[in-house]
Ligand binder design. Structure first.
Ligand code: NCD
Ligand code: ZN
Length: 344
């Protein structure tokens, strides 16, 4: 298979940021994806439907002429999210979900939820209205090893949560372990997961062997190869519980190459080609369209896209750097490396 035509894909987990960042991030994403879930971890976070509508308008100002891009918005769950905001999400035509960051888990999560049991009264509304809860699935206790944080979240937070709310619709975002993949497989159809290109293509050796490579550092952190293998298996299995979410998360070069470097990989400009590379390695290109273009829309109860994109088996070298701010570039995921697929 050298030419692959797919229904246009959607990205169910992306960070576009705000202000000047949008000049870079919006065109990069919109050239391949029709829709993207735009994560709300801005400073300050996007906490109400009203703020999400305003953020969407700022994003739309950067969509290049002639491109049809439909940002899907998400609210940021805090300890103080009022229960009645959930009905507003249900009634909104632009907001599709709410994202829960355990406080302190990742970039801009200080306003996240300090203890999930404190917000069970709001989660009750999510279950009632069938509004998806998107989860950053890591515990944050300082004594828990960073490589065990996802597994501990499954046992200590997610299992009790689903026992309490068996009909809750939820997406475990950017899963990184075999434990999370198996957990999702064991649940009903209302529980799904997104998988990033970096967790399919790389493992912690890529980040740590032969020198520390900050551009592979994201959260949840890359795990050992056996986890990568399981993620590849489930992503390419054709199971609709697993779908595309890049977690493309831009940080300027100076913030990544730093004594205290930020977490996040910037994959937006090459995302669909990176996924094609991973599916091709597994001999499963025929499963890419379901993962990239069908299952996420079906989960969110949105129409599948109608246009198509075409990928060709043609080598391309990922840029060494991309312009971001006037004096600070951004280094994309897998910078300077050659991949086998190009977007036509
Ligand atoms: C994300 C970011 O930079 O906003 N970083 C990351 O490493 N994935 C936040 C997140 O999704 O955890
Ligand atoms: Zn993210």
């Amino acid at each position: 298979m050298d030419i692959l035509t797919l229904l246009q894909p959607d990205d169910w987990h992306a960070h576009l940021r705000d202000g000047d960042s949008l000049k870079r991030t919006v065109p990069d994403l919109a050239k391949q994806f029709h829709r993207a879930i735009c994560m709300p971890n801005l400073v300050p976070p996007v906490k109400t439907v009203e703020e999400a509508v305003a953020y969407r308008e700022r994003i739309m100002q950067h969509v290049p002429e002639g491109i049809d891009f439909d940002p899907r918005m998400v609210l940021y769950f805090t300890d103080h999210t009022p229960s009645d905001e959930i009905k507003k999400i249900k009634d909104s035509s632009v907001v599709n979900a709410i994202k829960l960051y355990p406080a302190g888990a990742t970039t801009n999560s200080d306003n996240g939820v300090s203890d999930i049991r404190k917000v069970y009264h709001v989660i009750e509304q999510l279950e009632e209205h069938q509004v998806p809860l998107l989860l950053h699935g890591e515990v944050t206790h300082s004594h828990v090893d960073i490589f065990d944080r996802e597994k501990r979240f499954l046992d200590e937070v997610l299992t009790p949560l689903l026992r309490q709310f068996p009909q809750l619709k939820l997406v475990l975002e950017h899963i990184t372990t075999a434990d999370a993949a198996h957990f999702v497989l064991e649940q009903g159809r209302q529980v799904a997961a997104t998988i990033t290109p970096q967790h399919l293509l790389f493992n912690r050796n890529d980040m740590l062997v032969g020198g520390i490579k900050p551009h592979f550092y994201c959260l949840p952190i890359l795990k050992r190869q056996s986890h990568q293998t399981t993620l590849l298996e489930v992503a390419t299995s054709g199971n609709p519980k697993f779908f595309l979410g890049t977690d493309s998360a831009p940080h300027a070069q100076s913030k990544k190459e730093n004594a205290c470097g930020c977490a996040g990989c910037y994959s937006a400009p090459y995302a669909i080609e990176l996924y094609a590379q991973a599916f091709d390695q597994m001999g499963k290109l025929d499963k890419l369209e379901g993962f990239a273009s069908h299952f996420g829309a079906d989960f969110y109860g949105l129409e599948r896209n109608s246009k198509t994109i075409t990928l060709v088996r043609k080598e391309q070298t990922i840029a060494e750097r991309l312009t971001y701010f006037p004096n600070d570039d951004i280094i994309p995921l897998f910078a300077g490396q050659t991949i086998n697929w190009s977007l036509q």
